[in-house]
Design a protein around this ligand. Structure first.
Ligand code: ATP
Ligand code: MG
Length: 568
């Protein structure tokens, strides 16, 4: 294969890149590579769209070609400027650049209308008065040929006149359609005189009331591609049967250039849904707080959750491109996110469910500042000062009054190491008068262990995280779990809502984080030691308290720190 044109840093090859290589070798499109990402602005982009974005923009970049961003806005119902803006924002955020090539299919309406008139003139399209139900009935089935419409043999003159009157708004919605005249007996149902235009007296978010007839996807898409000089029109597998129709329009209209449609398998991801219709339902029924709810598989949700564009691009590269439908495990995406954050997230201390600890032998009013590195392996990430004082908070689950054998953290008489600090030993507890719960733990510290080690060589079994009570900052933390309870088959039935995970969000309202985080800005990402990766929420209603979204859990942080003991 001619790999000459490929850049070295390019992703591994796949069947689409093999086709492009071959086309370049045979000079099929005059040696050009031009792709496009063509979303319909009727929803926010999701991770499935990211796969298509990375593929289209990735191929263009790799072969020195271009990739257009085209709003495929040929249906007034459900399209809006809000969605256009979300698409623009998210493609940019992912790191791709369409330069000055932002296009709208709605800008081609006049051209498309002229193309339709041309087909009518050469006897390849006709106005049909059958109702939608009748058209369906006449179409036949996979095993039965279709029947010709009684309006199929209207003269070109009559068709031209009727089509002009359709445009002029003389007929009601559904009264008439324009159909391609192909073959009612074709084994491919798509080719049985498909509808090209329908009447829809609705306001379009860009063209307003100017049009009341709208082109169907199959007619508009291939011609939009041709108008833009697209060479490789990459789409998902469900359009495989439409390819002959795509080619038919181009051939009958004799337009140049002739783009080539190539289908690949769409991304399916476990424990979530990737269908705009279903995502809209989640938003409209208030199951989530909006399109950018951190539980959504949308790019805006993932951004707010703390996923980086690099992690998403890396995921898209890893899953690759193929012709076979498959279900990708959500864990693979989470792993890409974790790997990325592991490299770049600052390590900080936060306590999600605080338990008060008083160090009896530490002088009241005294404060020490520990210099703590932001990353154990990247000293260039610097360090910050973390205050230590007599009263601390630790995690409730790091103390047990009656510990089982395998519990190595704090318990009566037990000694542990404080992260970046001293050994402390539990010497007593205070209990809540009513419920008998431990509300405060009393400890002593060993001043000789400031280095994290005891001069006499004695060891501890655990290192726990903490914050200083007086210096720490209050925060709210939102923990996310899977949005759905089942991994697979969410796509199939209309009953996908029944599989929602009712406990997908847990909000912790009385967390405490180290004081350096009071300067954290929306979108900043951190590792809370031993707890996971967290991102400062970027919704606009946040004049009150700091809010962190848990991006992803740590794989098994506790095991690692406990095992090494001196992992600092
Ligand atoms: P609908 O189901 O409403 O048609 P869609 O998800 O196909 O929505 P489009 O706006 O038509 O949305 O998609 C834009 C582009 O993204 C198309 O080329 C489509 O093939 C591609 N795409 C959509 N979903 C996925 C997915 N899950 N995986 C890969 N590509 C996708
Ligand atoms: Mg679509």
């Amino acid at each position: 294969m001619g790999n000459m044109a490929r850049n070295d840093a390019s992703p591994p090859s796949d069947f689409i890149r093999v086709i492009v290589d071959e086309d370049l070798r045979t000079h099929r499109h005059q040696g050009r590579v031009a792709t496009r990402f063509p979303p319909e602005p009727n929803g926010y982009p999701h991770i499935g769209h990211a796969k298509s974005i990375c593929l289209n923009f990735g191929i263009a970049a790799q072969y020195g070609g271009t990739c257009n961003l085209r709003m495929d806005d040929t249906d007034p119902s459900g399209e809006s400027m809000e969605y256009v803006e979300s698409i623009i924002r998210d493609v940019k955020w992912l790191g791709f650049d369409w330069q000055d090539r932002l296009y709208y299919a709605s800008d081609y309406y006049e051209k498309l209308y002229q193309y339709a008139m041309r087909l009518i003139r050469v006897g390849k399209a006709y106005v049909c008065d059958l109702s939608a139900d009748e058209i369906r009935e006449y179409r036949g089935t996979l095993t039965e040929p279709g029947r010709e419409s009684p309006y199929r043999n209207r003269s070109s003159e009559e068709n031209l006149a009727l089509f002009e009157r359709m445009r002029a708004g003389e007929f009601e919605d559904g009264a008439r359609v324009l159909r391609a005249k192909i073959d009612m007996t074709s084994p491919n149902i798509t080719m049985r005189d498909p509808v090209m235009y329908r009447i829809k007296k609705e306001n379009h978010y860009r063209t307003g009331e100017k049009w009341c007839i709208y082109p169907m996807y199959d007619f508009a898409h291939c011609l939009s591609d041709s108008i833009e000089g697209i060479t490789h029109s990459i789409c998902t597998l469900e359009f495989e049967n439409n390819r002959p129709l795509y080619d038919w329009f181009l051939k009958e209209l004799n337009v140049e250039p002739r783009p080539q449609q190539i289908e690949f398998a769409r991304l399916n991801l476990s424990f979530t849904v990737l269908s705009k219709r279903k995502l809209i339902e989640l938003v409209e029924k208030g199951v989530v707080s909006g399109w950018d709810d951190p539980q959504m598989p949308t790019l805006s949700g993932m951004r707010r959750r703390g996923y980086s564009p690099e992690a998403i691009r890396n995921f898209c590269e890893r899953i690759g491109v193929s012709k076979n439908d498959s279900l990708i495990d959500m864990a693979l995406l989470e792993n890409c996110v974790r790997e990325d954050l592991n490299e770049r997230a600052q390590r900080v201390l936060a306590v999600l469910r605080p338990l008060r600890v008083v160090i009896d032998n530490y002088p009241e009013g005294e404060v020490e500042e520990f210099d703590c590195p932001y990353h154990p392996k990247n000293p260039e990430m610097g360090s910050r000062k973390v205050p230590f004082s007599r009263v601390l908070y630790i995690e409730q689950e790091d103390f047990l009054e009656n510990p089982p054998k395998k519990f190595f953290r704090l318990a009566m008489g037990r000694e542990v190491r404080l992260r970046y600090g001293y050994f402390i030993r539990c010497v007593g507890v205070v209990k809540n008068a009513n419920r008998g719960e431990v509300s405060e733990v009393h400890c002593t510290y060993d001043p000789e262990t400031r280095s994290g080690f005891a001069p006499d060589g004695r060891k501890v079994d655990a290192t726990i995280h903490w914050v200083s009570a007086a210096h720490s900052v209050p925060a709210e933390v939102r923990l996310y779990d899977r949005l759905f309870r089942i991994a697979d088959s969410l796509g199939e039935g209309p009953d996908f809502m029944e599989y929602l995970n009712k406990k997908s969000l847990e909000t912790l309202g009385s967390c405490r984080v180290e004081p350096s985080l009071s300067h954290a800005a929306p979108g900043d990402r951190f590792q809370f030691e031993r707890l996971g990766y967290f991102c400062v929420d970027s919704a606009d209603d946040k004049d009150k308290v700091l809010i962190f979204n848990r991006t992803v859990t740590l794989r098994d942080a506790w095991a690692r720190i406990a095992e090494k003991g001196d992992d600092r």
